[in-house]
Design a protein around this ligand. Structure first.
Ligand code: FMN
Length: 353
């Protein structure tokens, strides 16, 4: 297997159809899911030649933390559907690759268990703010106590998107899947509806201030798609933003993330770090995101395919492939470091002009 698509094909063969559909699927007609991937083809790279790239490095920083490559592990739910070691395998592979793993609220391990799996590794926690604010407060405090380094609040799930593949397959969570970061047990069948009942749909900008008041960690707002909300996130003290449409799983019909990245970057400038996720399958996808102003990208499904195929080793291999594609892409682009990739390194594709 030599690229992420190969891993997806192999994962599809190994996973049961319900779990594969849950991972691969999006909301509604899946138009946003497709758009995320297609958007990368609408930009072309503009390489500069005769630049000394004998010493290329993929190292960069995100929120002040050094990472070995400008690609982080996005929070995705239920890693045990892919492999019995679940999130712990992903955490070990991310640590070995020198990058951040962001743990989902919908995981089978607590923040402390994740930290113990990869001591000293940079790890973040993704929060679904539940209606039980006492529980949320305790969870947020536990995240900081476990030594995780950022709190990523997902703001695009006031209600779960309608994922029709799950309805077609009748997908239900297995009975033996713990969800320790939720205040109540999650129903196994129709768990999207159960999650919607747990998540606090009243969440508003003022609550970000509450989260900041109970947590010493930098706050990252995940799920921003407009300049207006990017500015509000900055005004409410976010250290970072993830331009994300949840991998096309929430509101179908919103734009591809790459297409809104420029307006978000323009709105917030240097005030907050801008990350992006959605459709990352290639190192060159990451380079295009950097050129349009992202500090780094995050990968969701690419990691899950690695996990399904080979557990920790599979995730390590996917991260290695993407690392190598980023490294050779930087060399071919004439950029010794990720920071050297600028707006001048991309242009709209000829076919889309
Ligand atoms: C199976 C699956 C589960 C996900 N679970 C979560 C989650 O629990 N919390 C969250 O903030 N985002 C979740 N996401 C969204 C990802 O964080 C990310 O936005 C998305 O996967 C990026 O797109 P990509 O899969 O094309 O890389 C999930 C995505 C997938 C595919």
């Amino acid at each position: 297997m030599i690229n992420v698509d190969d891993f997806e094909k192999a994962a599809r063969e190994r996973l049961d159809p319900g779990a594969y559909g849950y991972y691969a699927g999006g909301a509604g007609d899946e138009s946003t899911l497709r758009a995320n991937v297609e958007a990368f083809a609408r930009w072309e790279l503009r390489p500069r030649v005769l630049v000394d790239v004998s010493e290329v490095s993929t190292v960069t920083t995100v929120l002040g933390t050094e990472v070995a490559l400008p690609l982080l592990v996005a929070p995705t739910a239920f890693h045990r559907l892919a492999h019995p070691e679940g999130e712990l395998a992903t955490a070990r592979a991310a640590a070995a690759a020198g990058t951040v793993m962001c743990l989902s609220t919908l995981s089978s391990v607590s923040p402390a268990e994740l930290a113990a799996a990869a001591p000293g590794a940079p790890q973040w926690f993704q929060l679904y703010c539940s209606r039980d604010r006492g529980f949320t407060k305790e969870l947020v405090i536990a995240v900081a106590e476990a030594g995780l380094q950022a709190l990523v609040v997902t703001v695009d799930v006031p209600v779960a998107g309608r994922r029709e593949r799950d309805l077609h397959t009748g997908f239900a969570l297995p009975d033996d899947l713990p969800v320790p970061n939720l205040p109540v047990a999650l129903a196994r069948a129709d768990f999207h509806a159960a999650l919607s009942a747990i998540v606090d749909a009243t969440l508003s900008w003022r609550d970000l201030e509450w989260l900041r008041s109970i947590s010493p960690l930098p706050l990252v707002v995940k799920g921003v798609l407009t300049a207006e909300d990017a500015l509000l996130a900055a005004e409410h003290g976010a250290a970072g933003i993830v331009v994300s449409n949840h991998g096309g799983r929430q509101l179908d019909g919103v734009p591809a993330t790459l297409d809104v990245l420029p307006e978000v970057v323009e709105a917030v400038g240097e005030r907050v770090e801008v990350l992006i996720d959605g459709g990352i399958r290639r190192g060159t996808n990451v380079l295009k995101a950097l050129a349009l102003g992202a500090r780094a990208a995050m990968a969701g499904r690419a990691i899950l395919w690695g996990l399904a195929v080979g557990g920790e080793e599979g995730v390590a291999r996917v991260l290695e492939l993407l690392h190598d594609e980023i490294a050779s892409g930087l060399m071919l682009l004439g950029c010794p470091n990720p920071e050297d990739v600028s707006r001048a390194h991309v242009r709209p594709a000829s076919s889309s002009v």
